[in-house]
Design a protein around this ligand. Structure first.
Ligand code: 3PG
Length: 307
């Protein structure tokens, strides 16, 4: 019987990426279905009913979704972070979960610099701003995203440092980046710290008062990752205490309105998570997801399985 592949994306991929996924599905003899900008959970629950394979982005794939998907064999998160997927529920139903590491890293890195420059040039209001060249840049985690940010930062003449207990010192140093064994020293030293962490039980609310308050004069915390990694009461406290502290993020925190209203000259959050929203990233991640599904269904290839 023909297998069905469903692309369920509340935030749609670029058309060219959707066409590419459809072509891969067709070539492999899979039926292709598309559910974009769905209005509510009910619609998603209904749509997954006959899906053998599912491609999502930040869409919430919780227990209810997994249970409603009776034929489901594989879910691929077209992107890096899979904190939106209930791995336990998937494993309990023998559903394989994968991500597509690295495929959207460049898009995220470029937007990170876009946000930094936007803030440094006073939201493009024409008044005199500051430059990134010659400043210290700290990468909190050196995965795919951190690595590209480091590369761009070096190209812009920044002095780049990284902390990541899961990456070998030699790997970081070979990229011309200074290795910092302790994260507290990264925050203490760097004028710009970019958080490149996944959201997990280990990282949740881990950027706390101690780290933020240790940052140097005029420091900027940059978050293209997940709002959950920031301890928001500490963030509010720092903003109240330090007039020099700045925060820019691709994921609005729960306290967005307050920060915007009270500290709008040194705070910015994108209106909707958009760092990975480029044609190229959509093509890279979407097509990789489709190929991983085909390889799993045809050959049992479990590369990039995360559960
Ligand atoms: C990721 O984890 O890959 C990024 O945060 C991008 O998420 P998105 O697919 O929802 O844009």
């Amino acid at each position: 019987m023909m297998h069905t592949i469903l692309v369920a994306t509340e935030k749609p991929f670029a058309r060219v990426a959707v066409d590419g996924i459809a072509a891969i599905a067709k070539e492999a003899g899979l039926e292709f279905r598309l559910l974009e900008k769905y209005p509510d959970k009910e619609t998603l629950l209904k749509a997954v009913g006959d899906a053998d394979a599912l491609i999502v982005r930040s869409d919430i794939v919780d227990k209810a979704v997994i249970q409603a998907a009776n034929k489901l064999k594989i879910v691929v998160r077209a992107g890096a972070g899979y904190d939106n997927i209930d791995l336990e529920a998937a494993t309990a139903k023998s559903v394989v979960v994968m991500n597509t590491p690295g495929q959207n890293a460049n898009a995220v890195a470029e937007l990170t610099f876009g946000m930094m420059i936007y803030l440094n040039r006073n939201f493009f209001n024409g008044t005199s701003g500051v430059e990134l060249r010659g400043k210290t840049l700290g990468l909190h985690a050196y995965g795919h995203v951190g690595r590209v940010i480091g590369l761009i930062g070096r190209g812009m003449g920044m002095d780049v440092f990284a902390n990541d207990p899961y990456v070998e010192k030699i790997f970081i140093e070979n990229d011309g980046v200074k290795y910092v064994p302790e994260k507290k020293d990264l925050y203490r030293t760097c004028q710009y710290v970019v958080v490149c962490l996944p959201a997990s039980t280990e990282t949740r609310e881990s950027i706390d008062y101690t780290l933020m308050s240790s940052m140097p004069e005029g420091a900027t915390l940059v978050n293209p990752a997940r709002k959950e990694v920031i301890h928001e009461p500490s963030l509010l406290k720092i903003f109240a205490e330090r007039k020099d502290f700045r925060y820019i993020t691709d994921v609005a925190p729960n306290c967005n309105e307050q920060l915007k209203n009270e500290y709008g000259n040194r705070y910015y959050a994108t209106p909707k998570k958009m760092a990975a929203q480029t044609e190229e990233a959509n093509i890279n991640a979407g097509l990789a997801a489709a190929r991983q599904i085909v390889n799993y269904l045809e050959k049992g290839d479990r590369t990039f399985q995360v559960n």
